[in-house]
Design a protein around this ligand. Structure first.
Ligand code: ATP
Ligand code: MG
Length: 352
């Protein structure tokens, strides 16, 4: 019996990157193809993106179609998945408004992901209340569609917790109406929070430390060749360190045994490569070239499909419009139950 409702989204603050790919997109495509769900939604979180980009609406606007292109390029299929634009479902804003009563400001201030982002964005002194509230708006995204499963990276764990707390509070006050959900993280814990090219923070559009799915082969090569490795690994014969060495982190996230057969046959697997690096005698250029090949094998088909799709932007618009219409039907239906539970359905004969 299919009972799963899957939902997940991305902020249109830039093109999608390798972190999205290993953290969430791969799981989405897998779930989509397994087909064990009632409904699956993927949405472009423009309203959320505006909470910290309210002064740059053009950036958000331009990236709506870019994110949609990334979705289709990685294999999200609009025949199986409803792809929609968040701000075009006004019921989400309504849910958010009522949910805000169920969360204290101090609880929102304790959200570790928000705390970290506030700091990164220099909001310590001037925090927009909309930004502080974005986990509440995410709770609305999740619950409006009766979501049971959210394929996402580890930074979303506090959001799922927050959403479930709101659900419990709502149900305890207004009666059993909403359901809780769970997160689906990637099996490989490195993929749940892929670091950026700088090796410090998570790969994130806002931090400019990304390998984008849309990067050309040359851009990819340049980015990989300029990555940090071990600063003490100066001569080839020096022993090297694996921990915190982002080249190895990306290999841990993505390389398979067949990559060795094809691109680096003198090693059987990553353990052998790591052992040689640690012992000394293995140069950084060699592992970077290998990483480039591993990444390029994965990203080349995506890049090519993306270029092909970009020739027909009317089709992309059509996918978004049709998906949004479908999502809106569900949203309108579900908000009736929500309003009834909250006793704000005053007139039976009033139907918009
Ligand atoms: P922004 O900088 O605007 O917040 P972002 O790069 O963090 O953008 P989001 O749109 O916030 O991307 O995230 C969308 C989804 O991708 C979420 O499920 C998130 O967990 C996942 N994700 C984002 N970055 C990474 C990463 N580096 N590793 C694993 N998953 C990630
Ligand atoms: Mg983010």
């Amino acid at each position: 019996m299919k009972t799963e409702i899957i939902l997940t989204g991305d902020r249109p603050t830039g093109h999608l990157h390798l972190g999205h790919y290993v953290g969430s997109l791969k799981n989405r495509v897998k779930l989509q193809n397994e087909g064990n769900f009632d409904k699956m939604y993927v949405f472009i979180a423009d309203a959320q993106a505006l909470t910290d980009n309210y002064d740059n609406p053009d950036k958000v606007r331009e990236n709506i179609r870019e994110v949609a292109l990334d979705y289709l390029a990685v294999g999200i299929d609009p025949k199986k998945v409803i792809i929609f634009v968040q701000s075009m479902i006004p019921e989400l804003a309504e849910y958010t408004f009522y949910f805000m009563n169920l969360v204290t400001v101090s609880r929102l201030m304790r959200n570790p992901t928000v705390k970290c982002e506030m700091h990164e964005k220099g909001m310590d002194e001037s925090l927009p209340s909309g930004f502080l509230n974005y986990p509440v708006s995410q709770a609305a995204d999740i619950t409006l569609f009766n979501t049971t499963l959210v394929p996402a990276g580890i930074d979303q764990e506090p959001m799922i917790e927050q959403a479930n707390e709101i659900v419990r509070k709502f149900n305890s006050i207004y009666g059993e109406t909403l359901n809780e959900c769970r997160i689906l993280l990637p099996d490989n814990s490195i993929c749940a929070r892929l670091p950026g090219l700088d090796g410090n923070c998570k790969m994130s559009k806002s931090l400019g430390n990304c390998i984008y799915l849309s990067d050309s082969e040359e851009e990819l090569r340049k980015k990989v060749m300029s990555m940090y490795t071990d600063p003490n690994h100066i001569k080839v014969e020096d022993p090297g360190c694996i921990e915190g060495n982002t080249v190895f982190t990306y290999l841990d996230a993505l390389c398979k045994e067949e990559d060795f057969k094809e691109f680096l046959p003198e090693y059987h697997n990553l353990d052998e490569l790591k052992a040689h690096y640690k012992k000394g005698g293995l140069g950084d250029v060699k592992i970077k070239k290998f990483l480039f090949n591993v990444l390029n094998r994965e990203l080349k088909p995506i890049r090519e499909k993306r270029l092909e799709l970009a020739k027909d932007m009317d089709y992309i618009d059509k996918v978004l419009i049709e998906g949004t219409k479908k999502a809106r039907i569900v949203a309108k239906e579900n908000i009736k139950k929500f309003k009834k539970a909250m006793r704000i359905n005053y007139f039976d004969s009033y139907d918009e």
